[in-house]
Design a protein around this ligand. Sequence first.
Ligand code: ADP
Ligand code: ADP
Length: 228
Amino acid sequence: MIQFDGVTKKYPDGTSALKGINLEIAEGELVTLIGPSGCGKSTTMKMINRLVEPTGGRIIIDGKDISKINPVRLRRDIGYVIQHIGLFPHMTIKDNVAIVPRLKRMDKKAYERRIDELMDMVGLDPEKYRDRYPSELSGGQQQRIGVIRAMAAEPSIILMDEPFSALDPISREQLQDELIRLQETVKKTIVFVSHDMDEALKIADRIVLMKGGEIVQADKPERILRRP
Ligand code: ADP
Ligand code: ADP
């Protein structure tokens, strides 16, 4: 479980990005942070892997205050998917995805099997694609690899920062569907930043609506009021 306990963030220039956030994210839950640009979504998410440090309050993961966990170690257990995933162009798909499993010294046979399974789940034939280079894949396919890369090392948490927003509408819908299916199987704790309410309503177990550095509503999709 991830707990935000009175978390504030004031950037050095004086911007008050978060004004005391309290939030609990359960294990296996897919939570979407949504709200207008500048409301504090990215700041909230980046605190979970210590890319941003709070200026007040605490963040606790599985009972541990993360300010006491080495950031490098913390990040090995937290998958991260961003809009432009940046696969290494000189490495094959398999090698790109295997970076973190290797760092974690996971069993090679086990993670290679895992990578093939994940590729199958998002409709990329492993035989056909694992030894290709990123430039030989479409944008949508590369983004699928980004999602797989975040999952391959069996992290306990996955952070997704508008991962599909650079894609065309059709690829985007497909990836949303695939994420829902993947999540039914892998049941990871996922924190997903979006600015698209339709996307949030579709994929989230719970929607956290933010505005001006505060949480204005946190509830199941069917109970979130749609605002104009
Ligand atoms: P969102 O992800 O919802 O667009 P952010 O968390 O990126 O919002 O930003 C929240 C507020 O903090 C905004 O006013 C933004 O301009 C400000 N902000 C974000 N990062 C920094 C930074 N590194 N330095 C100063 N202000 C920042
Ligand atoms: P998308 O709509 O996902 O962006 P593209 O039009 O880019 O799709 O690609 C369509 C198909 O062409 C995909 O199946 C992809 O594998 C293949 N493809 C795209 N670029 C290359 C490439 N440089 N080499 C081989 N196949 C490619």
